[in-house]
Design a protein around this ligand. Structure first.
Ligand code: GH3
Ligand code: MG
Ligand code: MG
Length: 309
């Protein structure tokens, strides 16, 4: 898709000249005054580049570009000035954060070159922003399953932990671990093991609510934070999750495999001093679930007074 360029100039001949010069290279918009251009910024953007004349009836080019810098900060701005305007232009260049200014009269070739540079600058900034988002996703997302990684789980979990503690709200953690998973790898290969981890993760994710926090804690272990949920309800959820994994075999390239998980559940209590402490109890309960025969959930018993829901 060609980049959008907005030309703002009250000189009709100049606008027509640029329209001809740019024809086919860009998606060109022209406006004869700043007010019209502001409307276009709002309705037709995003624009890669704005080229604005300085002297126009109504809002001046400087004031227009200053507004544009606020309303469309990513759009790269070029100012056209007359020789006599150069002193005033300095103010505009600072205030409107101008990429380049051109002194009129100037040839279409000069404008073309400046717009090409500005459009490239816009493209690079876009690419940088895209990479930043990608990098952030990489840092927070588990590659195999696409769910939150351990780091992200703790970041989000920490906030919820603090909120629940402060307001005395219920909060429950779960630790989940695949049963006899080493055998899956040993018998069917690592790729089949990966497919199992992905499918288990997907089945769990679809059974949680939007507000719950679900992360891959490590290898074949997952962790969950149920927001505004106490141990009693969490137990029901945990049993449902065990069932959701055990009820149907997981399809892999090595054929359908029967898989089960064990879950430890632990509720926040008022004497807890960290999320890690709540998770540690869930981990102990998980070991009880394993010892009790696997494919089941166990809840940590706490003698401490529970937070009321
Ligand atoms: P238990 O029922 O007691 O949990 O037994 P287990 O075999 O599941 O537990 P163990 O901790 O002995 O083995 C876990 C295995 O999980 C060992 C490891 O190679 C495997 N594993 C960890 N991460 C991955 C992964 O990302 N992909 C695959 N395919 N395997 C993994
Ligand atoms: Mg295991
Ligand atoms: Mg394990």
């Amino acid at each position: 898709m060609p980049q959008k360029i907005l030309i703002v100039d009250d000189d009709e001949l100049f606008r027509q000249g640029l329209s001809l010069a740019f024809h086919g290279d860009y998606d060109l918009y022209t406006a004869e005054d700043a007010e019209t251009a502001l409307g276009m910024l709002e309705n037709d953007g995003p624009f890669a580049v704005i080229v604005s004349d300085m002297q126009m009836p109504g809002l001046s080019g400087i004031d227009f570009l200053r507004k544009a810098a606020t309303e469309a900060p990513d759009t790269v701005r070029i100012l056209l000035t007359g020789y006599s305007d150069e002193n005033t232009a300095v103010r505009g260049i600072n205030e409107g954060r101008i990429f380049r200014y051109l002194t009129k009269p100037c040839s279409m070739e000069v404008v073309r070159a400046a717009v090409a540079d500005a459009a490239e600058e816009f493209g690079l900034a876009e690419e940088r922003a895209r990479l930043e988002v990608e990098l952030e996703n990489c840092a927070y997302t588990d590659e195999l399953t696409g769910i939150d990684n351990r780091r992200r789980f703790f970041e989000k979990g920490q906030e919820e932990y603090a909120r629940a503690q402060r307001y005395g709200r219920p909060l429950t953690t779960m630790m989940l671990d695949l049963d006899h998973f080493k055998q899956v790898n040993d018998t069917h290969g690592h790729a089949a093991g990966d497919a199992v981890i992905r499918e288990v993760s997907a089945r769990i994710a679809t059974r949680l609510r939007e507000q719950d926090i679900f992360g891959r804690y490590g290898g074949e272990e997952f962790s969950i934070l149920l927001i505004e949920v106490g141990a009693r309800r969490a137990e029901l959820v945990a049993n449902r999750l065990c069932h959701a994994i055990a009820e149907a075999p997981v399809g892999t390239d090595a054929g359908p495999l029967d898989v089960t998980i064990s879950i430890g559940v632990s509720e926040l209590v008022s004497t807890d001093t960290s999320l890690a402490q709540v998770l540690a109890r869930a981990d102990e309960a998980l070991y009880e679930a394993k010892a009790g025969g696997r494919n089941r959930a166990r809840t940590a018993i706490s003698n401490i007074t529970k937070i009321k829901a």
